[in-house]
Design a protein around this ligand. Structure first.
Ligand code: 5GP
Length: 177
């Protein structure tokens, strides 16, 4: 599948995303209640969501970044999670919040959840994803917080790419068939 800018249709507008980010942040603010959190942004797709989300958080936030990949230049998961860069500080005793762009097969989420729990005894662990493609799930994981549930369509924009393109769009879009 090739995706051209002209073929894109808006799925969630800038305004819808903004409202949703605030809604998620409100829930997180309630949960953490002023306690410091280490927010781990899963690059590259979650970069814009994480940037907007952390700015709505009330508590002290430390940001970390990790990079995983499972797609390459295709539009379907390779089925194998590749830890490109997963250098993290000591997270023992910390409130850990993973910020992802989308949970699809769930393999990346499962990898991250297992990685954190195998390496650290955290104070709390929450997984937050802007989008949730429940219909394509292959492993049994659910984000603790998510913004929108999406059908089995390949989406781009607001951090999500197709072969490196479209991350800078202010909205989430998909290619109409
Ligand atoms: P999973 O491991 O859950 O199958 O996939 C997670 C990763 O695949 C996401 O972090 C994202 O980078 C990529 N991904 C899954 N679905 C989509 C999609 O519809 N569009 C884009 N651009 N990336 C996706």
């Amino acid at each position: 599948m090739e995706i051209k800018f002209e073929d894109l249709k808006v799925l969630y507008s800038e305004e819808q995303l903004h409202t949703k980010v605030k809604e998620i942040a409100e829930k997180l603010n309630k949960f953490y209640n002023g306690d410091e959190v280490v927010a781990i942004c899963a690059l590259k797709g979650a970069v814009l969501f994480a940037a907007d989300l952390v700015r709505e958080l009330d508590m002290p936030v430390k940001m970390e970044f990790i990079r995983l990949s499972s797609y390459g230049s295709s539009t379907t998961t390779s089925g194998k999670v590749n830890a490109v860069d997963i250098n993290l500080p000591d997270l023992n005793g910390k409130n850990v919040l993973i910020i992802e762009d989308i949970v699809d097969s769930g393999l990346t989420a499962k990898f991250l959840i297992d990685f954190i729990h195998m390496n650290f005894h955290v104070k709390s662990f929450k997984f937050c994803s802007l989008l949730d493609k429940k219909i394509t799930r292959k492993v049994d994981v659910e984000p603790d917080y998510y913004g929108f549930e999406v059908d089995d369509k390949f989406v781009v924009g607001y951090g999500l790419d197709y072969d490196g393109h479209f991350r800078n769009l202010k909205y989430i879009a998909y290619k109409e068939n």
